[in-house]
Design a protein around this ligand. Structure first.
Ligand code: CUA
Length: 158
């Protein structure tokens, strides 16, 4: 079949547009479907214990970052590690959390921190604890028989 030069250009243009369209749809579907919006990093759930920062759960002082401390949590059925932690009043803290097994919640009562921890993903939120007191971390995603027992405590101290 003989084609005019003009028709060829339009054919190429059409295929090009289709490719661009499909990539845009594909990429958006990937981001919307496979990743919770607050999760940017992935992790192998089997390697949580040996991979930084989860090899050191708890409050760790950091230098040269926009926050003063990193508060690292590993959730698993049916507890959080650490189970209790002290945070200096007014400190800017990046909370970093993940789960080793199933989906767990991570809600800090009395604050706006409320995350869903999914295996394979790392949740992060930067916050400042500017009120003294005890904050309870609770699991608000049903995760099994010990779900109601899952909790941790953040003590904000002067
Ligand atoms: Cu963990 Cu519910």
């Amino acid at each position: 079949m003989h084609m005019h030069k003009f028709e060829k250009i339009w054919l190429i243009f059409g295929i090009g547009a289709l490719v661009v369209f499909l990539s845009v749809v594909g990429v958006s579907a990937f981001y919307l479907g496979n990743k919770p919006p607050s999760c940017l990093t992935t992790i192998d759930p089997k390697k949580v214990d040996t991979e930084a920062p989860f090899d050191k759960p708890g409050l760790n002082k950091v230098e040269g970052k926009e926050w003063d401390y990193e508060l690292v949590y590993v959730a698993s059925a049916f507890f959080y590690n650490p189970g209790e932690v002290e945070v200096p009043l007014g400190a800017k803290v990046k909370v970093i959390a993940t789960t080793k097994d199933v989906v767990h919640g991570f809600q800090v009562a009395g604050t706006n921190i409320n995350m869903m921890l999914e295996p394979g993903y790392v949740n992060e939120i930067v916050t400042t604890f500017d009120k003294e007191g005890e904050y309870l971390v609770v699991c608000n995603e049903y995760c099994g028989t010990g779900h109601h027992l899952m909790s941790s405590k953040i003590k904000v101290v002067k």
